[in-house]
Design a protein around this ligand. Structure first.
Ligand code: NDP
Length: 252
């Protein structure tokens, strides 16, 4: 079996996992954060869980990209590498140390995330560094320009929204309140909304089945969780703003 055939199988698997994840999360709420509960085995501190499960995304991507000779492939692959690393350096090494940690994370959740992140890092890094072909003028192509802009806008929304949530807790506190700042005025999960915009932008900028696969997976994973958060807010707070949507302002 050639690597090309193997790679195609890995891309298909990304889409299959998106479908399976979406199906399962319609019936089972992922058991971490406010939805953490008994019955999912041993747990680790949430901060450790985030660092360990997200590490393959940035580090794995960097190793595969390097081994593929991606840095010699021109400006566009290097710029796409930079976008990916911008997100995952923050997610892996900054976000976990800033969060006001609440409940522990099941090892089971961490393990599944590690497996997915290894697959996703391979599929995307190998495309950008090897299988994909980006001419020198790709950086001025509207798909790259608009996609990168969307990625950065989504990153800013995600960062800001996570920051609003963080400031709801004093250090050492683990409770929940209703957020009212920024896009939280319009939706229950603006951090997920930002994340989905990011990976949609990345898919456009890479114009690849791999990038699209991750965008589709992000929707499959985060849409059900946004709906779960939304229902949880309504069940927990009597005065939760009734006009607020779950994920997409004014729409859903
Ligand atoms: P949540 O919105 O559930 O929580 C984010 C942080 O804010 C947690 O520390 C949480 O504490 C705290 N928090 C949330 N709501 C409140 C509130 N009302 N009052 C006080 N504190 C609150 O996000 P996730 O933990 O699911 O995800 C974290 C980041 O990772 C997000 O930016 C998300 O976009 C990203 N992500 C991306 C995925 C992808 O598929 N691309 C998958 C999963 C996450 P606690 O943990 O105690 O609930």
């Amino acid at each position: 079996m050639t690597e090309s055939e193997w790679y195609s199988g890995a891309v298909v698997l990304l889409y299959v996992l998106a479908a399976v994840t979406f199906g399962l999360l319609r019936f089972i709420t992922a058991p971490y954060g406010r939805h953490e509960r008994q019955g999912f085995g041993p747990t680790v501190p949430a901060r450790l869980g985030w660092v360990v499960m997200e590490s393959p995304s940035g580090l794995g991507f960097a190793l595969i990209f390097l081994a593929s000779g991606g840095f010699e492939k021109g400006l566009a692959p290097v710029a796409l590498f930079g976008l990916w690393q911008l997100h995952y350096t923050f997610r892996t090494f900054i976000f976990p140390f800033r969060m006001r940690v609440g409940r522990p994370m099941p090892v089971f959740v961490m393990g599944l995330a590690i497996l997915f992140n290894c697959l996703n890092a391979y599929v995307n890094a190998r495309w950008i560094g090897h299988f994909g072909s980006y001419p020198a003028d790709w950086v001025t192509d509207p798909r790259f320009v608009i996609g990168s802009g969307l990625f950065l806008a989504g990153f800013a929304i995600n960062l800001h929204s996570d920051g609003v949530l963080r400031r709801l807790r004093a250090p050492g506190e683990t409770g929940y309140c209703i957020p009212h700042e920024g896009l939280h005025r319009y939706v229950s999960a603006p951090n997920y909304f930002g994340e989905i915009i990011e990976w949609t932008g990345f898919a456009l900028a890479t114009w690849s089945p791999a990038g699209l696969g991750f965008a589709v997976y992000s929707v499959a994973n985060l849409l059900p969780r946004a709906l779960d958060h939304h229902r949880w807010y309504h069940a927990t707070f009597e005065d939760y703003p009734p006009e607020r949507k779950a994920l997409i302002p004014f729409v859903l």
